[in-house]
Design a protein. Sequence first.
Length: 320
Amino acid sequence: MTPLIHIGLPKSLSTWLQLNLFNGESGFKYALHPGDCANLITLPGEFSYSAAAVKQRYFSRVEEYSGQDGEFVPVVSQENLSGSLAGGGCDGERHLHRLKSVFPEGKVLIIIREQGAFIRSAYSTLVMTGFPHSIRRLAFPSEDVEREFNNLRKWGHPGFSYEYLRYDKLVRRYMQAYGRDNVLVLPFEKFASDPEDFVRNIFAFSGYSGDPEPFLEHLNFERKVNQTAGYLSLAIHRNITRFIFTNLYNAGFVNETFRYHRKRIKSIRRLDTWIPDALNQWAEARVERYIRRVTEGEFSKSNAKLASLIDCDLGKYGYR
């Protein structure tokens, strides 16, 4: 039975797919859910990783589902399989080798997102994890990005890089590993414009032979999950917490436990509701203009190559 392997990308509809489509009610069932993938594939180091443990978990689930009524497609899903967001995708190749060794055959699903929108959404996530810098630290011109990334990498500390957003390289590697016909790349923006057709594409690609229409009728396409926080609330929050909490990025005077982390995220959401909409809109427009300016032409060659690889007009979805 061929699995559907969803590798991300982060900030590209992963949570919605995991909660709504892959939840066992629509013909797709988790053989490895996001927690399994993290604990067994993406997090273990070179000397701790066990392909046998991955196979044992996967096949035990498939065997369990096979004893139940109805057709199903086994799903392996975790957005960081495409590579760590904070690490600039530095471990993406390692994850590919691990997947290929355990699943020599598979249907690989990759969801991409226009790079400017990706940067803005990724920034929100990073601030929630403790990132103390302004968005300029994430979206400055490419020569600075690559120089700093390479310097960090020399010392074993990879950081965010524009390389992570040159999607053609990731897609090409998976096509080489699994075959062109076994890799489906869908733009996040296609879901926004035609969510039902987006999901139909996934059903058809997965090899599911049943009728997806009954499932489509019950899918909650309007459900908003993991929404991006407003830029002003993020700015206020990061400038306060950098001096309070000790975490991956900061050296404050309070050790950030999971409890404090959850409270911190809730405080960002509360700030969003207190800031006037007009002020938020003004700030977001400024951020969008800044990102467009510093990324102008940065991804055009990669996007052109990707459009040719997947036979899709990415320009109509805003890819530059």
